[in-house]
Design a protein around this ligand. Structure first.
Ligand code: ADP
Length: 485
C-alpha cells in the first residue's frame, strides 16, 4: 500500500496522542485487514484507557488557548486542513479503500464529502452568534453567549472511515473544543491520515488526538467516566448507542447519537419509474448497502410492481463486483464474515416465508466476503427485514395498495433516520413527506447527504443533528448573563 501512495507518510500506524505520534504504552498492536483480499495491510498501535486518559487531559489543556483565538483564526486552519485533504484526495482514497473495501471512486467521493464538513464548519467558526434579550426589570440587561462545551470524544464505525469523523471533529474544532477520536478498529488508517494533515494544517498540539484501539468498550468507558469529557458523539448501532447513553448518564454528559436506520423507499403508481430505479440503485447499493441511510425496505405500489422489479433487475445485473482498488468496480466486498451471514440470514428468512429471488442471492464467485447484489420479491411485513437493517446488497420488494397502508408500514419500526419516496402528485407528495416519521426524507431522490443540511434521526435512530448551521449546536453550551446596571 505504501508504495502506491504519492505521500507515503500519510500511512501512519502509530497513534496521535497529545500532539505526538506514539506506540501503545505496552507496545501492543492490532492488524488491519483489506477485506477484498483478506491480507494484513498494517499493524496499528493498540491503545488502552491510560493513553486515552492522557489524550483527554492534553485536550483539556490545549482547548483554552484554541478557544481564545478568533473564529477567523480557527477557520483559516480548518480551511488549510480542507485544502490538504483535497490535495491528498487520491492517497486518502487509496488508504480508505484498502482498509474498508469500497470502490475507489466511492472512496474519492467520501474524501470530498468528509473534507466538505471541514470547509463548512471552518466557515461556521465565524458565526457562533449570541443573543440579547430585553430585560425583565428596568435595570436588567440580558445577554446570551455560546461557548465551547469543552472536551468532546467520538466513537465511529468503519463504513465511512473519513466522513464520520470529519463531521464530528470539524464542528468541535470550529467552535473551540478539544477532541479525542476513537476510530473503528477495522479502519484506523484513514483517521490517522486525517490527523497527519491536521497537524500540517496547524491544529495545535493536544487539541486533537486519535486513539486506535481493538478494545472498544475500554475506550468507551474512559470516554464516559472521565470527568473532563463533557460531550460524547457516537455513530453506530442503536444497541451500542444505548450502552453509551447508559454509561454517560452518571456524568450527565451531553450525547449525540447517529444510530441505526431501517429506511423505507416507496414507489407510488405515479412515479417516474426510471428515476425511481436510479434512486433505488443509489440508495440501496451505494457502499454495498452498508450505510445507515441505505434503503432497507422497498415498497412498490401494485400497479407498477412488476415493471419496477424488471427495471431494477436489469440495472442490478449491470453491477460489477470486485476489488475496490480495480477500475470500474461498483460493489466491493462486505466488511467481514458476520456481515455476509446477516445478508444470508435475511434472504433465507424471506425464502422460508414465501419470498422469491429475482436476481443474485448467493455469495459471489470471487469468494471471501463478496456477495451478489440481490433482489427478492414477494416480501411482507412478517419477515425479519421489515424490522432489522440488512446492511448489505439486498433489495427486498414489498407490494402495497394504498397510501395509508404504506405509511403505516413505513412508520412501523423503532427507527426513524432516512426515508425516500417517488411520486408526482403534489398533494400526495405533501401528505407523505409530512407523515413519514423520519429525520430525513428524500422525495424523488435517493441521495440526501450534504454538509449544508441537518443529518440525523428521530425515534431510536438518534439524538442531535450533524452538518448544516445547526451542526455546531451539539458542541456549544449557552450561557445567560444577567447584568444589573
Ligand atoms: P457497526 O456494526 O457499524 O460496527 P457498532 O455499534 O457495533 O456498529 O460499532 C460502532 C463503533 O462502536 C465501532 O467503532 C465499535 O468498535 C464501537 N463499539 C462497539 N461496542 C462498544 C462499546 N461497548 N463501547 C464503546 N464503543 C463500542
Amino acid at each position: 500500500l505504501k508504495s502506491h501512495l504519492k505521500d507515503p507518510s500519510l500511512l501512519e500506524t502509530r497513534a496521535y496522542v497529545a500532539g505526538e505520534w506514539v506506540d501503545a504504552d505496552d507496545g501492543a498492536t492490532f492488524d488491519v485487514i483489506n477485506p477484498a483480499r483478506g491480507d494484513v495491510i498494517a499493524q496499528v498501535a493498540d491503545l488502552g484507557r491510560a493513553e486515552a486518559a492522557r489524550a483527554i487531559a492534553a485536550a483539556d489543556k490545549a482547548r483554552h488557548g484554541w478557544a481564545a483565538r478568533t473564529g477567523k483564526d480557527r477557520a483559516a486552519i480548518l480551511r488549510k486542513w480542507f485544502d490538504l485533504m483535497m490535495a491528498n484526495q487520491e492517497d486518502l482514497a487509496l488508504i480508505l479503500t484498502a482498509e474498508m473495501g469500497k470502490p475507489l471512486a466511492e472512496a474519492r467521493g467520501e474524501i470530498a464529502y468528509g473534507a466538505s464538513f471541514v470547509e463548512w464548519f471552518g466557515e461556521e467558526a465565524k458565526r457562533v452568534y449570541g443573543e440579547t434579550i430585553p430585560g425583565h426589570q428596568p435595570d436588567k440587561r440580558i445577554t446570551v453567549i455560546r461557548q465551547p462545551i469543552g472536551v468532546a470524544a467520538s466513537i465511529t464505525p468503519w463504513n465511512f472511515p473519513n466522513a464520520m469523523i470529519a463531521r464530528k471533529v470539524a464542528p468541535a474544532l470550529a467552535v473551540g473544543c478539544g477532541f479525542v477520536a476513537r476510530p473503528a478498529a477495522e479502519t484506523p488508517l484513514s483517521a490517522m491520515a486525517m490527523a497527519v494533515l491536521a497537524e500540517r494544517a496547524g491544529v495545535p498540539k493536544g487539541v486533537l488526538s486519535i486513539i486506535p484501539s481493538s478494545r472498544a468498550s475500554d475506550i468507551g468507558k474512559e470516554f464516559c467516566e472521565n470527568p473532563i469529557v463533557r460531550k460524547l458523539t457516537f455513530t453506530g448501532s442503536t444497541e451500542v448507542g444505548r450502552i453509551l447513553l447508559r454509561q454517560s448518564a452518571d456524568q450527565v454528559m451531553k450525547c449525540s447519537m447517529e444510530l441505526g436506520g431501517n429506511a423505507p423507499f416507496i414507489v407510488f403508481d405515479d412515479a417516474d419509474l426510471d428515476a425511481a430505479v436510479k434512486g433505488a440503485m443509489m440508495s440501496k447499493y451505494r457502499n454495498n448497502g452498508q450505510t445507515c441511510v441505505c434503503a432497507n425496505r422497498i415498497y412498490v405500489q401494485a400497479g407498477v410492481y412488476d415493471a419496477f422489479a424488471e427495471k431494477l433487475k436489469a440495472a442490478v445485473e449491470q453491477l460489477k463486483v470486485g476489488d475496490g482498488l480495480a477500475e470500474g468496480i461498483d460493489l466491493g466486498p462486505l466488511i467481514n464474515e458476520e456481515a455476509v451471514t446477516k445478508v444470508e440470514d435475511h434472504i433465507s428468512d424471506m425464502l422460508a416465508h414465501g419470498g422469491q429471488v429475482l436476481t443474485g442471492g448467493r455469495r459471489h464467485g470471487n469468494g471471501g466476503t463478496f456477495f451478489e447484489p440481490t433482489i427478492v420479491t414477494g416480501v411482507t411485513q412478517h419477515m425479519k427485514v421489515a424490522q432489522e437493517e440488512t446492511f448489505g446488497p439486498l433489495a427486498p420488494l414489498f407490494k402495497f395498495d394504498t397510501e395509508d397502508e404504506v405509511i403505516g408500514y413505513a412508520n412501523d419500526t423503532i427507527f426513524g433516520l432516512a426515508a425516500y419516496f417517488y411520486a408526482r402528485d403534489i398533494g400526495r407528495i405533501t401528505r407523505v413527506q409530512e407523515q413519514l416519521e423520519y429525520g430525513i426524507v428524500g422525495v424523488n431522490t435517493g441521495l440526501i447527504s450534504s454538509e449544508v443540511a441537518p443529518f440525523g434521526g428521530v425515534k431510536q435512530s438518534g439524538l442531535g443533528r450533524e452538518g448544516s448551521h445547526h451542526g455546531t449546536e451539539d458542541y456549544l453550551e449557552m450561557k445567560y448573563i444577567c447584568l444589573s446596571v
